[in-house]
Design a protein around this ligand. Structure first.
Ligand SMILES: C[S@@+](CC[C@H](N)C(=O)[O-])C[C@H]1O[C@@H](n2cnc3c(N)ncnc32)[C@H](O)[C@@H]1O
Length: 398
């Protein structure tokens, strides 16, 4: 039986298992006649759902990967003599004799319809296709070598593609007469940075230079090594704090996705001071206003920690969006990924307006809104300093 167990272990490890149907109970009187198994994502993690068929009734159990291996071992050979196994690379028919000897018959895969673990068809028109080998996604552990997305990485794969859809919308605002300069602040493990480079350089065939910046030296080292392995010399990473990063060449696009708390404000301010044409920022863990906000009419809302926390995050992002408008940007706040994947799902997309704008109305709105919540000086104001202050002062004087 060891070969059977090794096979299950390998299919669970590389997530190629699509379905199992276990039948022919050893005990003829067993109430469970059949067990079927399929992958399922629960709270973002890959599990396997075991369905036990007992007459007209079915019972479900959702097990972790490790427990699934133990359960498959307990079922196949011990309690049942037959299993039909469907994987992304082959179908297997496992037969166990009365003496406990196993035989595995292998056939080409019959379930190549590429169904996701929730049963939804994955063949949506993604910018990076779900069925085609893609070197960087394979290296980042999102796809296998054959180009199939690992079930546990489907949410990340969708997030990458959603991000690229948003990038696709703004490409027209970027210059075409020279190499594009893009800065990614708080790039982390850089799934989205690699995806951005892949999309602009490989798919759109644009001359582009991207630099990711992150505090974590080991992650930066890993990303630089991966970029070199992929032969992407115009993609590089720098270890350090966003606030100390300087750039002399003009910046066309600043990306900052889920950089923590007020790091987003520093990133936005740098982009504004560079007059970056495009800004894409997905804020995260907005804590700074939680202790500051107050408004007498809103007390029933502010009394509850969870509501106040959400409201503080929304106020923080509204002030950021409003400050960008004052600074001459056209701003949209979009849903980044569906909320089922993460609560951190907003993206501030700002495009530098080609014409100089009168900022007085935006500045007046900003001040009214800020004062309504009794906020003294949000981080975006500190980060932008006198550049924003001069627009606000002219309003305060009137
Ligand atoms: C949640 S991760 C996001 C990674 C990636 N942008 C993404 O969206 O998948 C946030 C990253 O921001 C980095 N970070 C936070 N504050 C920073 C700062 N002041 N300077 C540089 N990096 C910072 C952290 O080290 C971390 O890797």
């Amino acid at each position: 039986m060891q070969k059977v167990y090794d096979l299950f272990e390998a299919m669970l490890a590389d997530e190629s298992l699509i379905a199992v149907s276990v039948s022919r109970p050893v005990n003829k009187k067993s109430s469970v006649r059949k067990v079927s198994v399929r992958p399922i994502i629960l709270r973002g993690h890959l599990h396997y759902q075991f369905t036990y068929h007992q007459g007209q009734q079915v019972k479900h159990r959702n097990l972790s990967r490790q427990d699934s291996l133990a359960e498959l071992k307990a079922l196949v050979g011990h309690s049942f003599r037959q299993a039909q196994v469907f994987s992304q690379t082959a179908d297997y028919h496992i037969i166990v004799s009365a003496k406990g000897k196993s035989k595995i018959l292998t056939r080409p895969p019959s379930r190549q319809e590429n169904m996701g673990p929730t049963g939804h068809n994955r063949d949506k028109n993604y910018i990076i296709p779900a069925n085609k080998p893609c070197a960087f996604l394979h290296r980042l552990g999102i796809m296998n070598k054959q180009g199939q997305v690992l079930p546990s990485r489907m949410a990340k794969f969708k997030q990458i593609n959603r991000f690229l859809e948003m990038v696709d919308d703004i490409v027209k605002h970027l210059p075409t007469d020279r190499e594009l300069q893009i800065i990614d602040f708080g790039s982390g493990k850089s799934y989205l940075t690699f995806a951005l480079f892949h999309y602009l350089h490989e798919q759109k065939q644009l001359a582009v230079r991207i630099r990711g910046i992150d505090l974590k030296e080991d992650v930066v080292h890993y990303c630089n090594t991966l970029a070199q392995d992929l032969g992407w010399s115009q993609l590089s990473f720098w270890a350090g704090d966003i606030k100390y990063y300087e750039q002399t060449e003009p910046v066309d696009m600043m990306v900052s996705l889920h950089a923590c708390d007020t790091a987003t404000d520093i990133a936005l301010a740098k982009a504004v001071l560079w007059r970056s044409k495009v800004i894409l920022a997905a804020p995260c863990c907005q804590h700074e206003l939680f202790r500051q906000i107050d408004n007498e009419q809103m007390r029933p809302l502010l009394r509850h920690g969870i509501l106040k926390e959400r409201l503080a995050a929304l106020i923080t992002d509204s002030l950021r969006a409003s400050a960008l408008e004052i600074m001459g940007y056209d701003v949209q706040v979009l849903e980044f990924v569906e909320t089922e994947h993460t609560a951190k799902n907003l993206l501030i997309r700002a495009i530098l307006s080609p014409q100089a704008k009168d900022s007085s109305q935006a500045a007046a709105e900003y001040l009214t809104f800020r004062n309504a919540w009794s906020v003294k000086q949000p981080a975006i104001e500190t980060a932008l300093g006198h550049v924003l202050q001069k627009h606000l002062s002219s309003q305060q004087i009137q």
